[in-house]
Design a protein around this ligand. Structure first.
Ligand SMILES: [Zn+2]
Length: 491
C-alpha cells in the first residue's frame, strides 16, 4: 500500500508549499516528506529531504525507488473531519422543506417529528446501507473521518436487541465498507424531557439504565476488529439536558474521565432547551455541565448556539471544544453562535454536517465565517495569526475536528495518518486566484470561502485511495441498495 504523492501545492502548517513529495508507508502513515525550500528554484536535483520537518540536505535521486504519483493541477490538503453526524438522517434530504397544510409555521420541533417518523421504519440492514451511502458522500466531499453521534439503539417498537451493540455495529460496518475513519459515540437518552416520559418516537433511543448503557459500550468495544490504517474509536454521547437527568449526566462525566473517552453533547441549540434547563436546575446547560463535572478537554458542545454570558469562559478554561453545524443550523432556523466570544475564551471550533442537509466541508467553513459576519455586522471574524481567514477555517475543518474526535495523529506531518485530499486547482471557482502578491493567502481564502465538494478529485484515508478522480469506490452498488430502502420508507 506504500504510495508517494506529489501535488503542485501541499498545505503544511498553514502554508502552501510547492513540489512536496509525501511518502506513505505500508502502515498508512506519512513516513517521509520531501520538500524543496520555499522560494528556491525548481531544480529537482537539489531537493531537501526531511524526516521530521527539519531540513536534512541530500540528493533527490536518493529518494525511494517506488513511483511517485504526480498530482498535476492539484492542491493537497489534510483530510477534513465531519465532527457531528447522524448518518441515517441522510434519508431526510429534501423531505422536510415543505410547509404542510394547516401549519402556521415550521421550526426545529416540527422537523424533529419528521425525523422520528423515519426512525420507526429502519431495520438494522437499512441503517447499514443508509449510513454507508452517507459516509461515501462524505468521502467524496473530502471528509476522511466522521464522528457519528449514534442514538438509534433498539428494535422498532423499543425492545432492546439481544446484543445492545447491534445497530452500533451496523454503523461501524458501514464506515468500514465505505473506508472512512470513525469515532462512534454511544448516545445516552433517558427521557422525553424534564418530568416527561419518552414518547413512542423516542423508544428506539433508550438504554434501560446506566448498567445497560455500559454493557452496550463494552459489547461494542469487544467486537471491534482493529485496523492499522483506519482509526475507529468508541466514545460517549450525552444527547442533551432535556434527554438526561442529573444522575445520568454525572455518570457520563465519570465514565469519560475514568475511561479517557471523548464526550459530546448537544448544547443550547434551541431557546426552549434553556428555559426548561433553568426551570429544572436553576442553571443554563453549560453551567449545569460545569457543575456536574462534564466539562474537560475531552468534552465537545455541539451547536452552542444560545450560550449566555460566562458559558464560553467555562468551556474555554478547561480546554473543551465547540462543534458548529452551520448548514443544519441554517436549515433548522436555530440561530447563530457567538463565535468571536468562544475564540476569545480559547475554545477550539470544529464542524459537522449533523442532519445531512449538505455534506460539504467547504459549505460548513464558509457558513461558519459568514454566519459570524451576519451576526456581528462586520467582516473577517475568524482570523489566523496573519490576520487572514483561510488558514483558521481550514484548521477548524480538519485538525480541530480530529482532536475533538479523539485523534491526535492527524495533519500532513511525519508519523501522522495519511488522510489526504487533492483538490482541482483548475476548477473555475479557483481560476485566476493565485497570482500576484499574497497569492497563497488568496488561494486558501478562496478554497475556504468559495470552495465546494466537487473540487475534490482524490481522497486517501490512511494511505488508501478511496476516492479516485471524483468517484468513491462502490458508489453505484451502494446507491442501488439505498434506493430500495428510500423507496420503501417514502412510499
Ligand atoms: Zn445533532
Amino acid at each position: 500500500m506504500a504510495v508517494s504523492l506529489r501535488a503542485d501545492l501541499t498545505l503544511i502548517d498553514g502554508q502552501l508549499e510547492p513540489d512536496v513529495v509525501i511518502h506513505v508507508g505500508r502502515d498508512g502513515r506519512i513516513e517521509e516528506i520531501e520538500r524543496r525550500g520555499r522560494g528556491q528554484h525548481a531544480d529537482p536535483s537539489v531537493m531537501t529531504i526531511t524526516s521530521d520537518l527539519s531540513s536534512i540536505p541530500t540528493d533527490f535521486s536518493t529518494s525511494p525507488s517506488r513511483g511517485v504519483h504526480r498530482l498535476r493541477g492539484r492542491v493537497l490538503l489534510p483530510g477534513f473531519c465531519n465532527n457531528h453526524s447522524h448518518a441515517f438522517q441522510r434519508l431526510l434530504r429534501g423531505r422536510t422543506e415543505r410547509r404542510f397544510p394547516g401549519r402556521s409555521g415550521d421550526d426545529f420541533w416540527s422537523w424533529r417529528e419528521a425525523m422520528y417518523r423515519i426512525t420507526q421504519n429502519l431495520l438494522p440492514e437499512d441503517i447499514e446501507v443508509v449510513s454507508r451511502l452517507a459516509f461515501m458522500e462524505m468521502l467524496q466531499a473530502g471528509y476522511t473521518h466522521v464522528t457519528e453521534f449514534h442514538y438509534l439503539h433498539n428494535q422498532v417498537g423499543g425492545q432492546p436487541y439481544e446484543d445492545p451493540a447491534e445497530l452500533s455495529l451496523k454503523v461501524l460496518e458501514a464506515a468500514e465498507v465505505a473506508g472512512i475513519g470513525i469515532s462512534l459515540l454511544r448516545v445516552a437518552y433517558q427521557r422525553g424531557g424534564p418530568g416527561v416520559a419518552p414518547s413512542a418516537g423516542q423508544r428506539r433511543f433508550l438504554d434501560a439504565d446506566l448498567d445497560a448503557y455500559c454493557r452496550a459500550l463494552e459489547s461494542t468495544e469487544a467486537q471491534l476488529e482493529p485496523e492499522a490504517w483506519r482509526p475507529v474509536r468508541i466514545g460517549l454521547g450525552a444527547h442533551s439536558v432535556r434527554a438526561l437527568d442529573v444522575e445520568w449526566l454525572t455518570a457520563l462525566a465519570s465514565l469519560s474521565e475514568e475511561q479517557d473517552r471523548i464526550l459530546h453533547a448537544h448544547v443550547s441549540e434551541q431557546p426552549r432547551e434553556l428555559s426548561e434547563c433553568l426551570a429544572e436546575h436553576g442553571l443554563h446547560p453549560v453551567e449545569l455541565f460545569a457543575k456536574l463535572g462534564l466539562l474537560s478537554e475531552r468534552f465537545t458542545a455541539v451547536h452552542a448556539t444560545h450560550l449566555v454570558a460566562g458559558e464560553a469562559k467555562l468551556l474555554g478554561e478547561v480546554g473543551a471544544s465547540v462543534c458548529v453545524c452551520p448548514s443544519t443550523e441554517q436549515n433548522l432556523g436555530d440561530g447563530l453562535p457567538a463565535l468571536e466570544e468562544l475564540l476569545a475564551e480559547g475554545v477550539s471550533l470544529s464542524l459537522g454536517s449533523d442532519s445531512q442537509v449538505r455534506i460539504d466541508p467547504f459549505v460548513e467553513m464558509a457558513g461558519l465565517e459568514n454566519g459570524e459576519r451576519l451576526r456581528t455586522g462586520s467582516r473577517n471574524c475568524l482570523l489566523a495569526a496573519d490576520g487572514s481567514v483561510g488558514p483558521l477555517l481550514l484548521d477548524v475543518g480538519s485538525a480541530n475536528g480530529m482532536r475533538s474526535a479523539g485523534l491526535l495523529d492527524s495533519g500532513i506531518r511525519v508519523g501522522a495518518r495519511a488522510d489526504l485530499v487533492a483538490l482541482d486547482s483548475n476548477t473555475p471557482a479557483l481560476a485566476g486566484v493565485r497570482v500576484g502578491a499574497d497569492s497563497d493567502a488568496a488561494l486558501l481564502a478562496a478554497i475556504a470561502l468559495g470552495g465546494h465538494a466537487s473540487m475534490v478529485r482524490d481522497v486517501w484515508v490512511g494511505g488508501r485511495h478511496v476516492v479516485e478522480e471524483g468517484t468513491v469506490l462502490r458508489w453505484e452498488s451502494t446507491l442501488e441498495e439505498y434506493d430500495r430502502v428510500a423507496q420503501r420508507i417514502w412510499s
